[in-house]
Design a protein around this ligand. Structure first.
Ligand code: HEC
Ligand code: HEC
Length: 265
């Protein structure tokens, strides 16, 4: 069946395919959008294998939170402390001031909400692509609709809880309406399943040995009450909120081609 002529033809096709693929791969115009300082940060990122525990735009390991928008929520004091002495399951890395500055530049330049959203970004809630933004949009819409209906008393508490929740990195680990790969459970089911005492304790202390760090900044009694009201609201309106989140997420997709890919030099 395989005559010498056919073999030659097959070989030619293979060689041509290789040539075309090589041409396509190496002719990609990749203007690196990162500054020199951010590139130094990326080198540290690669050397210390941060990606094994953290994600950018959903890609990476799942022991630590998504860092796509870390620049928007981790202030410089906390970044210094994380990168020198570590925190919980984040190992101490002993970064110098210069290395910390480079890492801060890298995190800042990776944070591109106009392209897509990771799990948590501070700023205006409900904007941008991604499920987390859609979730925040759905909560805002539900709260606004409730206020029109006259249920203001409870909603003010829910609203305070939502703010206390979203200025902390909760949603970098807890995903809307499902368990996350870090083992962080679906928080819309918590109000029904956890006793008030246990809930109070998790919100005060976290469960550091099981991957839930103590909340940063800490939650005082009023914050804990507000977050509890928010979680009860999530549980009570779970079906509507999940449907609204999916509807909003449907037309906000991530533009993968525009991502500042970090693995290329
Ligand atoms: C062994 C796993 C692991 C590695 C490796 C690791 N981290 Fe972490 N990191 C974590 C965990 C777990 C947390 C959450 C701990 C906490 O908040 O107390 C965290 C938290 C953080 C945070 C704070 C996020 C937030 O929203 O609060 C930043 C920023 C961060 N890490 C940056 C880095 C960088 C940069 C590197 C590489 C130089 C790195 N991490 C390497 C596990 C890791
Ligand atoms: C670094 C990841 C991470 C962050 C950040 C985080 N959590 Fe958690 N959380 C977890 C994990 C993992 C568990 C499950 C722990 C266990 O198995 O007991 C958990 C458990 C919980 C529980 C108990 C759920 C249950 O059913 O037992 C609550 C409530 C909770 N988290 C709320 C929060 C809130 C509110 C925030 C923000 C202030 C937050 N978490 C931030 C990882 C995280």
């Amino acid at each position: 069946m395989c005559t010498p002529a056919r073999k030659k033809l097959l070989l030619t096709v293979l060689v041509l395919s290789f040539g075309v693929q090589t041409g396509l791969v190496y002719s990609d115009t990749r203007s690196t959008p990162l500054s020199a300082e951010a590139l130094a940060g990326r080198e540290l990122w690669q050397r210390h294998a941060c990606q094994t525990c953290h994600q950018f735009y959903g890609q990476g390991g799942f022991l630590g939170p998504d860092l796509t928008h870390a620049a928007s929520r981790v202030d410089s004091t906390r970044l210094v402390s994380l990168l020198t002495v570590g925190s919980g399951q984040m190992p101490p890395l002993g970064f110098s001031d210069e290395e910390t500055a480079a890492m801060a530049a890298f995190l800042r330049e990776m944070d591109r909400p106009e392209i897509g959203r990771g799990e948590l970004r501070l700023g205006t809630p409900g904007e941008g692509a991604g499920v987390q933004a859609a979730f925040e949009g759905a909560i805002e819409a539900a709260a606004a609709a409730g206020e029109e209906g006259g249920a203001t008393e409870d909603l003010a508490e829910v609203d305070a809880g939502f703010s206390a929740y979203r200025i902390r990195p909760c949603s970098a680990c807890h995903f809307p309406f499902r368990d996350s790969p870090v083992g962080a459970p679906d928080l819309s089911l918590v109000a029904g399943s956890l006793s008030p005492d246990s809930l109070e304790r998790v919100l005060a202390e976290g469960r550091p040995l099981k991957g839930m760090p103590p909340p940063v900044p800490p939650l005082d009694a009023a914050d804990r009450a507000a977050i509890t009201a928010f979680l009860e609201f999530l549980g009570a309106n779970r079906d509507q909120l999940e449907a609204a989140t999916q509807a909003l997420a449907a037309d906000r997709s991530l533009d993968w081609r525009a991502l500042p890919w970090w693995e290329f030099p």
